[in-house]
Write a protein that binds this ligand. Sequence first.
Ligand SMILES: C[S@@+](CC[C@H](N)C(=O)[O-])C[C@H]1O[C@@H](n2cnc3c(N)ncnc32)[C@H](O)[C@@H]1O
Length: 221
Amino acid sequence: MTTLTSLPVAPLLERLFAESDNARVPALAAFAALPPTQRASIISSKTGYREIYADLKEAALPVSRETGTLLYMLARSMKARTIVEFGTSFGISTLHLAAALRDNGGGHLITTEFEPSKAQRARSNLADGGLLELVEIREGDALETLRTGLPEQIDLLLLDGAKGLYSDVFRLVQDRLRPGALIVADNADYCPEYMTMVRAPQGNYLSLPFAEDVELTMKLS
Ligand SMILES: C[S@@+](CC[C@H](N)C(=O)[O-])C[C@H]1O[C@@H](n2cnc3c(N)ncnc32)[C@H](O)[C@@H]1O
């Protein structure tokens, strides 16, 4: 058995995913009803993201179940000990990553969220999963909270906050990523600048689209 697939984490994740599937968040429905080009331009924006996510503060917006399991598998197989996450929300992805740290023998996960109510929900969910001690939740804008105080070496980075900021957040973290580090970026297509950084032909990264919605990247040296 693993921490991910046993009590208390497995039923907790089942409940959180089900609540997210069944939630009726008017702001999310209104957003989904926008024409695709308008939606894409809002999602990609480097400005105004604060207001957009404030409107969506009742929505969990989690990674898919498959991406969650992928995160656990990657973190386990690379024996990750230090993880950074951009975009905590209710902590669903965080639970997967922290479960991997627990099964790797311990570690430290820094995650960041600017909506105080979401950070509080994540804290409570991580406590329910018995994983809070592995996680540092930095409240505030990732552009500030990840600017300082990062570990010397980072094994894995999850990008899942405002899509338009992926390149900026990546710049803050990239020097600390160890050779062989993995970066999982959810819906990275909305940040062309990030895609250019990790897919540069002579660059220090190998990168490819994985499943439907993930860009999986490895730092070479
Ligand atoms: C897609 S959700 C994250 C879902 C989470 N990773 C999961 O799978 O459970 C994105 C979250 O990032 C937060 N966010 C967006 N931009 C941010 C920023 N610049 N700094 C901190 N948090 C941010 C939003 O408030 C939102 O809760």
